[in-house]
Design a binder for this molecule. Structure first.
Ligand SMILES: Cc1cc2nc3c(=O)[nH]c(=O)nc-3n(C[C@H](O)[C@H](O)[C@H](O)COP(=O)(O)O)c2cc1C
Length: 338
């Protein structure tokens, strides 16, 4: 397969980690990068909240800016913005490009500004944000144009198949975004109404690929290297983006790289899986502090345990674990280690 180009950057395998609010934080992005993901995207960042944070008194703590932090090891990383107003989207994109905003912490510049046009959550769509933009192509195009005119960074757009079964407008919509200046489109082959219900439809991704000249990244239901092979074959997409398939399984990226390079893939042993989980938890604690880090790490631990014998008992024990040592005791007991 041909490498994926995003602006001046080339990704030989076209392997991207998807944005996942509450999941794909710096620790997770780091692990996926180490496993072979070539590009990451931040959790979604509210353009309006980032702009308002700048206008607040210096004593008001920043809450949104940290979502856009970039460490050297997780780069190249795009920052994803959501919003429905061109002015805020433009202003936020400029802040992110210059890095001149309150609370900015970055060891690398963003690889791109990604615009969220896929989020199905009620709170978001009721503000005309996320996938609601697919029902309003004029507004969506105006946002892309405003951001594109304001920054030199590549501007990418992440969409769904459409709003609902009767309005699967992804191909025409993608063309509009291309005309408005988008440099790349990611397509999740489900409608907004489907949320995450089975199944993501590769035919929509193929139709978008036929409709535009800019690179198209396919997304939806990639849980194995075989799923990736099939999506590439069925859609001719230029890259693939993985979300839930990497939860508790960043190793999936290594499996795909091995498939592409024709080298044998050895899945992690149970011990390697659990040690990765514990590294993940420790890194979250390091970055977020013990209380928040442990609370947020718990769900990741459960995902790593999936499929291991005794996982449901470990699930119960993990809800009571209050320290990294207790996490370790539970997870090691699961694989018969002390
Ligand atoms: C917990 C969770 C959080 C997500 N957050 C975002 C987000 O912030 N921005 C976004 O564009 N998509 C978000 N998504 C959607 C994913 O990026 C992806 O499009 C979707 O899960 C389909 O891919 P998959 O089948 O590989 O999971 C999220 C998905 C999940 C499961």
């Amino acid at each position: 397969m041909a490498p994926l180009k995003i602006g001046a950057r080339t990704l030989p395998h076209g392997l991207l980690l998807a944005p996942m609010a509450g999941v794909s934080d710096a620790s997770f992005r780091l692990l996926c990068r180490r496993a072979g993901a070539e590009y990451t995207v931040s959790e979604m960042v509210s353009a309006k909240a980032l702009c308002f944070e700048q206008r607040a008194r210096a004593s008001v703590p920043v809450r949104t800016a940290p979502l856009a932090d970039i460490s050297k090891e997780e780069a190249p990383m795009a920052i994803q913005l959501f919003g429905s107003e061109s002015d805020f989207m433009r202003e936020a994109a400029i802040l992110l490009e210059t890095g001149e905003y309150r609370g900015a912490k970055r060891e690398a510049a963003p690889a791109a500004i990604d615009i969220n046009m896929g989020c199905p959550v009620h709170k978001v769509v009721s503000n005309n944000e996320g996938s609601a933009l697919m029902r309003d192509p004029d507004r969506a195009a105006a946002i892309v144009r405003a951001v594109k005119d304001a920054v030199k960074l590549p501007v990418t757009v992440k969409i769904r198949a459409g709003w609902d079964e009767s309005s699967k407008n992804a191909p025409e919509f993608a063309k509009r975004m291309e005309a408005a200046g988008a440099d790349l489109i990611t397509v999740h082959g489900r409608t907004r109404q489907q949320f995450y219900a089975p199944f993501s439809d590769n035919r929509v991704i193929a139709a978008v690929k036929r409709a535009v000249k800019i690179p198209v990244v396919g997304n939806g239901d990639l849980f194995s290297a075989e799923d990736v092979r099939r999506m590439r074959e069925e859609t001719a997409c230029d890259g693939v983006m993985i979300a839930r398939g990497a939860m508790g399984n960043p190793f999936l990226f290594s499996e795909i790289v091995a498939m592409d390079e024709g080298t044998p893939y050895t899945p992690p042993t149970d011990k390697e899986r659990i040690d990765t989980a514990l590294f993940h938890a420790a890194d979250m604690v390091k970055r977020k502090g013990e209380r928040t880090g442990l609370a947020e790490a718990r769900k990741h631990m459960l995902w790593y345990c999936k499929g291991l014998r005794g996982a449901s008992a470990a699930r119960e024990a993990l809800t009571h674990a209050r320290s990294l040592d207790e996490f370790r005791a539970v997870l090691y007991a699961l694989i018969g280690m002390k």
